[in-house]
Structures are given as C-alpha cells and as structure tokens.
Design a protein around this ligand. Structure first.
Ligand SMILES: [Zn+2]
Length: 118
C-alpha cells in the first residue's frame, strides 16, 4: 500500500479533491484506539454524489466544492441519514447549517475507508 510521506507521519489525510482542504485525518493507530480529526466530514446521498462526479471522478469534496460542482446549495435532504459521519465531529458553521434538520437513522453506519492508491 503506497502512501505519501505526509500520510506516514500523520496517518491518512483526506483532502478535498478540488481545493485540498483537509477534511479529516485518521491516524494509523486509529483502527485500534479511534481518534483522528474529523473536520468538515460528511456523506451525501448517492444521486447527489453522482452528480458531482460528472466533472471528473474523485473521492472527497468539501461542502463548497461539492456545491460548486452540482450548482446549488446542499440541504438536509441531501445528506445520508444513516451515515454516522454526518452527526459526529467538529463541523464548520456552514456545514452545520446545511445538515440542520437532518434526523439520524436508528442505525448509524460508521464510515470506513480504504486509503487510495497513489
Ligand atoms: Zn474543496
């Protein structure tokens, strides 16, 4: 599994594909102890994400760049109710405003990732 130098020090970083804002950091020990830093980390519904991928496929986008790509603002309806990522972590005021009103599903699913290959 190839990783960049930065990733080796910090764990795995998840940057926005368009503006490079770091959305979350998962330390390598996170699998054992949890932790890391979740910033503006969120999951939208598949159809919303698919639309954002028409300008080029990527793994992660921040709110601003996602909205730019789909050409409109996100609303609570666009976020996945079952994604734990939408309800935890330290989110920006902007993202909180978008998510406001979203009710968590009874069973929240932890988001897991496989680091991308570089
Ligand atoms: Zn961005």
């Amino acid at each position: 599994m190839a990783r960049s130098k930065v990733a080796r020090i910090w764990g795995t970083v998840f940057p926005c594909a368009d503006c490079n804002t770091v959305l979350a950091v998962r330390p390598d020990w996170g699998a054992l102890f949890g932790g890391g830093r979740d910033g503006d980390w969120f999951m939208v519904k598949d159809h919303v994400w698919r639309r954002s991928q028409r300008d080029g496929e990527c793994r992660f986008l921040c709110v601003e760049c996602l909205e730019h790509r789909i050409g409109r603002k996100l609303s609570a309806d666009d976020f996945r109710r079952s994604a734990k990522a939408n309800f935890v972590g330290k989110k920006s005021a902007k993202l909180r405003r978008r998510i406001r009103g979203l009710k968590p599903a009874k069973r929240l699913v932890e988001t897991t990732f496989t680091p991308w290959r570089s």
